[in-house]
Design a protein around this ligand. Structure first.
Ligand SMILES: Nc1nc2c(c(=O)[nH]1)N[C@H]1C(S)=C(S)[C@@H](COP(=O)(O)OP(=O)(O)OC[C@H]3O[C@@H](n4cnc5c(N)ncnc54)[C@H](O)[C@@H]3O)O[C@H]1N2
Ligand code: MOO
Length: 446
């Protein structure tokens, strides 16, 4: 039976955590997918990766210089004839005794050569610049020219095949979260694709007769849908795979049709987030449709974002073959954004990502700086209020200050976009004065 709850933010967050845990517990293992190495950063490998080749793949030069045979050196230096130049990316002929082959960094060391003498070490012959190579545009330099080089230790500046990775080495274990450094290694090994765990899919379904997609023409009374754009972007930021379902009108049948079609199309979806249609109006489509399916609606002592719904959509009541978490957020854009910060980000980050880039954000202290003559702000007692703020650091003391931007109203998308923090005014407090320390939740690192 659906319930009308009243909860604190912490209680509602725990309820949503429990919902995700129960949905996950009813799924078997990870679904995997193959992705291009270029798209694999931050993904978790589902198979061990073994080097298909050695790195380097062939002996190559670490320096621009001359490939030589050490055995040719009878004294501390040796004058040698020019062999043809070896640019990177070519397969050289074996180096004959008595010759030195000009060789570029990364070029294959020819058979027979066992050291490279860098160009800087060339011993000057009268009237020559030892620091530069001859003109390779014609073969003239091959005609009887010589170069005098100091004796190198065997192996000098030769990067041996396999000295980095030997073919067959286990380079990345299953279950590794791929960093950019892993991605570079995979590409170096010539691996174009990797099998990774599929990130959970979250379906985003917004409602409202008045809500249109940017790019469409607006009739009087209509507005653009910003909630789905926000949610898709916010989910992507934490590595979740969002699916924007088309906008539903405020009719129950249409909402149900959209929901069921989306669940059928994405049978592995972990969750659905809806926005709008859950408060006290005459057309609360989401609430009406989902209460029938066992989703609870009620209020959380929070502003914005008071009206909330959550639960598990069970297969028996919908086309969902596996249980799906369902979260319903209020339609106001700032209410949706703050609901995401409170009830989605911390839970999905802790369940699915370990990257420090998306760590759950922590509350920090900042000194409230009110504008002008304003001495204090008020907040409804018994509600956790989240105001939008801009936090900056005092350049001399390093102390953090926060200035409020916009009011407490939940339609102010410009103020939200300008904010870099949410300012907490807890349930127990109904007034905060200029200069008091408040807790801030940073929306951007800094
Ligand atoms: N009599 C009462 N009225 C309202 C109450 C209340 O307690 N008593 N609560 C208010 C609060 S708080 C909120 S929040 C909203 C929640 O309403 P709904 O979730 O039912 O959302 P809607 O009515 O559908 O829309 C609210 C608001 O947001 C705009 N909206 C909706 N969807 C989008 C979207 N995708 N992108 C951008 N903006 C959207 C919509 O046009 C409305 O302006 O209820 C209050 N009312
Ligand atoms: O709670 Mo509503 O979410 O303030 O605007």
């Amino acid at each position: 039976m659906a319930q009308n709850f009243r909860r604190s933010v912490a209680q509602h967050r725990e309820e949503i955590r429990r919902i995700f845990a129960s949905v996950l517990a009813q799924r078997s293992g990870h679904v995997t997918e193959v992705v291009s190495v270029y798209d694999a950063a931050a993904r978790r490998t589902s198979q061990p990766i073994v080097a298909p080749t050695s790195l380097p793949g062939f002996d190559n030069s670490q320096m621009d210089g001359y490939a030589v045979r050490c055995a040719d050196f009878t004294g501390e230096s040796q004058t040698l004839q020019f062999a043809p130049v070896i640019p990177a990316g070519t397969a050289p002929a074996p180096l004959e005794s008595g010759f030195a082959a000009p060789i570029m960094t990364g070029a294959m060391v020819p058979a027979g050569a066992d050291a490279v003498v860098p160009i800087e070490a060339v011993i000057a012959a009268t009237g020559t610049d030892p620091q530069s190579f001859p003109d390779f545009s014609t073969d003239d330099y091959l005609a009887g020219s010589t170069v005098t080089l100091p004796r190198p230790p065997a192996g000098q500046f030769v990067r041996k095949a396999g000295s980095d990775v030997a073919e067959g080495t286990l380079v990345i274990e299953a279950g590794t979260r791929l960093t950019s450094r892993h991605i570079g290694l995979l590409a170096a090994l010539g691996i174009p694709e990797v099998t990774v765990e599929r990130m959970p899919q979250v379906l985003v379904l917004v409602t409202g007769d008045e809500v249109k997609t940017p790019g469409e023409a607006l009739a009087p009374g209509q507005i653009y849908d910003s909630n789905s754009a926000f949610l898709v972007a916010a989910l992507r930021e934490i590595g979740i795979d969002p699916v924007r379902v088309s906008i539903s009108s405020d009719t129950v049948a249409e909402f149900e049709a959209h929901l069921d079609a989306a669940l059928a199309q994405y049978p592995d979806a972990l969750a659905v987030i809806t926005t709008g249609g859950i408060s006290k109006g005459a057309f609360e489509v989401v609430k009406v449709a989902l209460e029938e399916r066992g989703i609870d609606f009620g209020s959380v002592a929070m502003q914005p974002g008071g009206p909330q719904g959550c639960g598990v959509l069970q297969g028996a009541d919908s086309t969902a073959s596996t249980p799906v978490a369902l979260l319903s957020f209020p339609g106001n854009p700032v209410s949706t954004a703050i609901s995401f910060e409170m009830f989605v980000r911390p839970i999905l980050v802790s369940l699915f990502t370990e990257s420090h880039a998306v760590r759950p954000r922590e509350l920090r202290d900042a000194v409230l700086r009110l504008d002008g003559a304003q001495k204090f702000i008020t907040s409804p007692r018994e509600k956790s209020q989240w105001r939008r703020g801009i936090v900056s650091s005092d350049s001399a003391t390093g102390e953090k200050h926060v200035r409020l931007i916009g009011s407490e109203q939940s339609h102010l998308v410009f103020a939200l976009a300008q904010a870099n923090a949410l300012v907490s005014i807890p349930e127990s407090i109904d007034q905060v004065s200029d200069g008091e320390i408040v807790k801030v939740l940073m929306l951007e690192e800094g």
